[in-house]
Design a protein around this ligand. Structure first.
Ligand code: SIN
Ligand code: FE2
Length: 215
């Protein structure tokens, strides 16, 4: 039974953004310290780097990957590569916690049996941003993107299926997860320039994991 007097400690409500898309507030909060430890281990093997887009622009967000393949960009284009071009070695494997968290979040959003094969890890410092884009380099057009926010809060942009569609803005805080798949799989999304701040676990930084089913 729900309490007669809701308290401040009541879990934050999940929000359906549209069919196939959910914002799961605080879903990863208990796992955030362990996620940060895993990211630092991945960074020791495959360090964060600023990729160059096909048009020659250096991205403000620093990136690395773990999993069977990793998302990379250079003058030749965007692609998934089983080899980290910076180390000439495979990307670090998925930590068990990553797979477990991604599967639990996908299931909570209506996508059971989710087994991603890539995880792009983004690192934002103040003013870093990600312009409005669709994730469309994956072969699987149904399985969701599972996006986990860690550290400083950021303004997430949630648009429509066309670039010119209206864009909603929402604050994503550490521990929040956004899941979009099925009918929402190709929604345009982005991240506004990060505002300066200090987070107890990540300092002046925001980290983000996006899980993808590539094959
Ligand atoms: C992405 O679209 O790949 C990342 C989104 C985010 O950082 O929240
Ligand atoms: Fe994306």
């Amino acid at each position: 039974m729900s309490p007669l007097f809701p308290t401040e400690s009541a879990p934050p409500a999940n929000e359906q953004l549209e069919e196939g898309a959910w914002l799961l507030r605080g879903f990863a909060t208990p796992d955030v310290p362990a996620l940060i430890t895993e990211i630092s281990h991945i960074h020791e093997v495959s360090p964060f780097r600023h990729l160059v887009t096909p048009s020659g622009h250096t991205m403000s967000v620093a990136m690395t990957n773990c999993g069977r393949v990793g998302w990379v960009s250079d003058r030749r284009g965007y692609r998934y590569d089983p080899i980290d071009p910076d180390t000439a070695q495979p990307w670090p494997p998925f930590p068990a916690l990553f797979l477990d968290l991604a599967a639990r979040a996908a299931e909570a959003a209506g996508f059971p049996h989710y087994v991603p094969d890539a995880c792009l890890i983004n690192r934002y410092v103040p003013s870093a941003k990600l312009s409005l884009h669709q994730d469309k380099d994956e072969n699987d057009a149904y399985a969701p993107i599972v996006s986990v926010s860690i550290g400083l809060a950021a303004t997430f942009q949630w648009g429509g299926r066309r670039r010119a569609d209206p864009v909603r803005r929402m604050l994503l805080e550490s521990g929040d997860i956004v899941v979009w798949g099925g009918p929402a799989r190709f929604v345009y999304h982005g991240v506004s320039p990060l505002k300066p701040g200090e987070h107890p676990l990540t300092g002046p930084t925001r980290l983000n994991l996006t899980f993808r089913k590539v094959f």
